[in-house]
Ligand binder design. Sequence first.
Ligand code: ATP
Ligand code: F1X
Length: 304
Amino acid sequence: MIYTVTVNPAIDYVVQTDHLQLGLVNRLQHTNFIAGGKGINVSKILNQLDCQNTAWGFLGGFTGQFLTTTLKNEQINSDFTSIADNTRINVKLKSDQETEMNAAGPHVTEQELTAFKRQFEQVKAGDTVVFSGSLLPQLTNDFYLELIDLVVAQGAEFAIDTTGQALLDTLAKKPLVIKPNHHELADLFKTTLHNDEELLSYAAKLQQLGAKHVLISMAGAGAYYLSPEHIYHSAAPKGHVVNSVGAGDSMLAGFIGEFSKHQDPETAFKYGLACGSATAFTEDIATIDQINALLPQIKIDLVK
Ligand SMILES: Nc1ncnc2c1ncn2[C@@H]1O[C@H](COP(=O)(O)OP(=O)(O)OP(=O)(O)O)[C@@H](O)[C@H]1O
Ligand SMILES: O=P(O)(O)OC[C@@]1(O)O[C@H](CO)[C@@H](O)[C@@H]1O
């Protein structure tokens, strides 16, 4: 079983206006409400790949109700911990550029936290737990570490998609896979990356610190993948970008989903790219048909 953990899910309110004018009334040409949050996006792709999974996290209030109903309609298996406060709404503005406004998130009580942590008793050897996204304002980075310790103690694997020190702190626990983008990689080491050689040397440091598989995504420029034995590169498939929100989550999900089936790293990388790009080329998260349509375009190069 794969569990996805979205501690801080959201309604993604996608709005589109031709030319945003700050300080004026802007009329929106298109709006949409989508069940969002990084782990939920991972679950959506895992469903498309026919990988059994359950989405965990906190949901509450009228916004939480929307997510519960939407996930049910989309046949996403979930077991969220109910909270009294409202799940957040994140605004995804499509205009001349893509702009995202992510809210901080709700408050959870001690009782709600205890109920959530108790779920981790179900995790067992052979399972993979994917931790994705921001924490709630009241929680510190130690929260992920505490949950990871529960997972590792059961002999299960984990993957984590977060940024900065919170990500670095988890590496010693040996995540199965991490997927920073190239900007996040530079930020992790407080540096600027001038070329691919530098990028690969910092990506290798993530492995030295404990990550088993490292994906470095570069949006339209494709991605690098460091397996325990090799380094691979691939360009991204070509297409019209509609909404790149969730492309990174989709790439991680594609990799984990395919890897969980066949343990073939190169094919898993291929699926990661196809899922990431297929999501960038659609408004919500990609469907299996959209993913399959891109697979033949992807050529993986062995760098080392
Ligand atoms: N403009 C694009 N054209 C083609 N593929 C894209 C594009 N943007 C993203 N992708 C695909 O998605 C993958 C992940 O994208 P990206 O590097 O933007 O991740 P991210 O920064 O974590 O994304 P996000 O935070 O938007 O979910 C890329 O490696 C690529 O396969
Ligand atoms: O605020 P976080 O948790 O870092 O990111 C949340 C979020 O931006 O991530 C997803 C896209 O990756 C969206 O569905 C969601 O709104």
